[in-house]
Ligand binder design. Structure first.
Ligand code: ADP
Ligand code: ZN
Length: 684
């Protein structure tokens, strides 16, 4: 029976300020509200929190939310309170007053959402307290933390199943991790093996631009990527702790606000960076993957990888931190032969059982395949997650398709050079052989007498490097960890060697960073940009005063919509996405005054120019006109221009009397022309 969701939609609008559910949210909200057990798999930024926050308001009793991250919990509690919802958290970071307030809210039944750190479940008394508090629903965020295979395993998550049994209430589990093993473990451990209603939301994040580049002066590549995005919040992921420090330094030297973050830092220093990142606009954090799980900032505009991530899943999770608000975001992933060697070695030297290692190589291969892709990257990425899609138009390969060539011959030559030298050498030496360079190493081993010596003179060294990199990317050759990275042929290469298969390679894989996408896709048109920055400044001031992250006031998305639609009244303002009743009351007027330029009694024509360059110009023209209303000596017949004439002058900015005359006619031009031209010239 279809359920009446109008209640949910009203809350969505009034409390959260959203016009519509994102795809998938509606069904999940419905199922959770009805009290069914639910497992929802949604990509990061898909809007999971709403899927338990909204049902919490619809259902009776308290909803317990279990989340592994204190920072994230505190953010959500803060956000909910801003929206007028009674929410509280019990974490180790609480002050005594905070904890007391939570207890009070539980006792008098006013609290709707209780966020709980998993380690709280271990404390005796917690379960008893919860049993008495009238809990109506358990929501588990980051449910994959229950998986012992996973990297985020939290032993305390294993207690959640017991809690569900004791309280005998429905449970809704949320995660972004899609793989089947993890899902099975969640079902076993959280739902005692009884399959919950499962929602698998699409994995596409269409607002994120995807791009890869082979390393070619990687520091410069990162710096130029960041330079084109100055002032925007971003993350640079690095493979080593040391690199986070040097790269952050280099970014600061170029005038960016940047700091580093890695697992070796003191907890206090780490928290400080997290705090700054959450609250400051435009900070760059250069980090290892230790920076991530706790990052709940929706307006991260870009993510760059200075080194290749370890798997396609890790890649997707890391870039997925960008653009959670749905506004355009950009990514760049650098990779090179050294990355491939390092990642392979990490897998081979790890302690995982052999099947696991083989699977890890497979996940790395999927990422390398994506790096060396010949067509739309998103299509290939989604295919890995079993989703079909057409070319996306929002990745570097859709922007400019790569030039490809039949690489079969080159690959066979390279394989033969490796085979004839017992697969004991790396790419450098093999390239010397192929190009016929009689280096000391080549002659000492008599490799200049091999039939393959010099058969590859048709390609340059750089081209051969690209061939070898792509061969590693397609897993035709693997560096052998036990022999210092000597390249060994894989089974996948055999059909090519035998001439049974051919392979296409990219020719211009190395494109200078400067030549592509020089400018960032602007978030709004030029016309709206000044207003957007004024709105952001207002938001920053309010956020600083309230000591909350900027997006808690309003996300970028909401400000963009304000800048584009320019609401003129509080009623218009209420229709903007993200402006709920509470926020309208609290901030509506302040943002409105930025848009309308403060003056309540502003002429509607002038109001249309609010926030645009023409606005102040209009005001200056008004002033000039007022001075000449009765002519230069104050004795002539009163004359003035209409508001729309002034607006037109302010927008068109004619640079001569003729241009003015076309707008104002001759009489007005005669009286105001010179003064207006002065005003226009001054505005430059
Ligand atoms: P995640 O799935 O990663 O937990 P969040 O719940 O943090 O994602 O939501 C990501 C962003 O999307 C937040 O800024 C949130 O306010 C916004 N959001 C969620 N639902 C909607 C919606 N229906 N319409 C517009 N924005 C939404
Ligand atoms: Zn594409």
């Amino acid at each position: 029976m279809p359920r009446d969701t109008s209640g949910a939609e009203a809350l969505l609008r009034d409390v959260f300020g959203f016009d519509a559910f994102r795809p998938g949210q509606g069904e999940i909200v419905e199922a959770v509200t009805e009290g069914r057990n639910v497992l929802a798999i949604m990509p990061t930024g898909g809007g999971k929190s709403l899927c338990f926050q909204l049902p919490a308001l619809m259902r009776g009793g308290v909803t317990v939310v279990i989340s592994p991250l204190i920072a994230l919990m505190r953010d959500q509690v803060r956000g909910l309170r801003e929206a007028g919802v009674a929410a509280g958290a019990l974490t180790s970071g609480n002050t005594e007053e905070e904890t007391d307030a939570v207890w009070d809210g539980l006792r008098d039944g006013t609290l709707k959402l209780l966020y709980l750190a998993p380690e709280r479940l271990a404390a005796t008394g917690t379960q008893r307290m919860l049993a008495q508090a009238g809990i109506g629903l358990i929501a588990v965020d980051e449910a994959h933390c229950v998986s012992q295979w996973g990297h985020d395993f939290r032993p305390d998550y294993l207690r959640i199943g017991e809690l569900r049994r004791t309280l005998d209430v429905p449970l809704a589990a949320f995660t972004a991790t899609a793989d089947a093993e993890t899902q099975d473990e969640i079902v076993t451990r959280l739902f005692d093996g009884q399959t919950p209603q499962t929602f698998l939301r699409g994995f596409d994040r269409p607002n994120i631009h995807l791009a890869f580049q082979p390393k070619d002066g990687p520091r410069k590549q990162i710096l130029s990527f960041a330079a084109a995005r100055k002032g925007q919040s971003g993350i640079v992921y690095c493979g080593t702790r040391a690199k986070t420090e040097t790269l952050a330094q280099a970014l600061r030297a170029e005038g960016h606000a940047a700091c580093h973050y890695h697992g070796g830092m003191e907890a206090g220093d780490r928290r400080h960076v997290e705090e700054r990142f959450a609250t400051e606009d435009g900070l760059i954090v250069v980090a290892t993957v230790a920076f991530g799980m706790g990052v709940d900032k929706p307006d991260i505009r870009w993510v760059a990888h200075a080194d290749l991530p370890k798997s396609i899943e890790a890649y997707y999770q890391e870039i997925g931190r960008a653009g959670r608000d749905g506004a355009p975001a950009e990514t760049l992933t650098l990779y090179g032969p050294d990355d491939i060697r390092l990642r392979r070695a990490q897998i081979d030297e790890g302690l995982a059982p052999p099947e696991r290692r083989a699977a890890d190589h497979g996940r790395l291969n999927a990422l390398l395949g994506l790096a060396e892709a010949l067509g739309c990257r998103r299509q290939q990425l989604l295919r890995y997650f079993d989703e079909d899609a057409g070319p996306c138009g929002n990745c570097d390969l859709c922007d400019r398709p790569p030039e490809v060539f039949d690489g079969t011959e080159a690959v066979r030559k390279a394989l033969s050079a490796a085979l004839r030298t017992d697969q004991s050498f790396g790419a450098g030496h093999l390239i010397d052989i192929l190009m016929g360079n009689a280096t000391d190493k080549v002659t000492a081993r008599r490799h200049n007498q091999l039939p393959t010596f010099g058969v590859g003179r048709d390609l340059s060294k750089g081209q051969w490097q690209a061939v070898f990199r792509q061969m590693m990317g397609h897993d035709l050759m693997r560096p052998d960890a036990e022999r210092h990275g000597a390249l060994v042929m894989t089974e996948a290469a055999r059909p090519i060697l035998r001439g049974e298969e051919s392979i296409q390679l990219r020719r211009d894989a190395v494109v200078r960073a400067e030549t592509r996408r020089p400018a960032v896709k602007a978030m709004v048109s030029d016309e709206d940009a000044p207003l957007l920055s004024a709105l952001k400044a207002k938001r920053r001031a309010l956020a600083e005063a309230a000591r909350v992250p900027a997006y808690v006031i309003f996300p970028d998305r909401t400000l963009i919509e304000m800048a584009e639609t320019r609401p003129a009244t509080l009623d218009d303002m209420a229709r903007i996405n993200g402006v709920g009743a509470k926020k309208l009351e609290r901030y509506g007027a302040e943002f409105l005054s930025v848009i309308t330029g403060a003056a309540e009694d502003m002429h509607p024509t002038r109001r249309k120019l609010a926030g645009r360059e023409a606005g102040p110009l209009y005001d200056a023209l008004m002033q000039a006109q007022a001075a000449l209303m009765r002519g230069a000596d104050g004795t002539e017949k009163p004359l003035s221009c209409s508001a729309s004439q002034l607006a037109k002058v302010a927008q068109v900015r004619p640079d001569c009397a003729d241009g003015l005359e076309r707008i104002l006619g001759d009489k007005r031009t005669e009286r105001f022309g010179l003064a207006f031209l002065d005003v226009l010239a001054e505005a430059g």
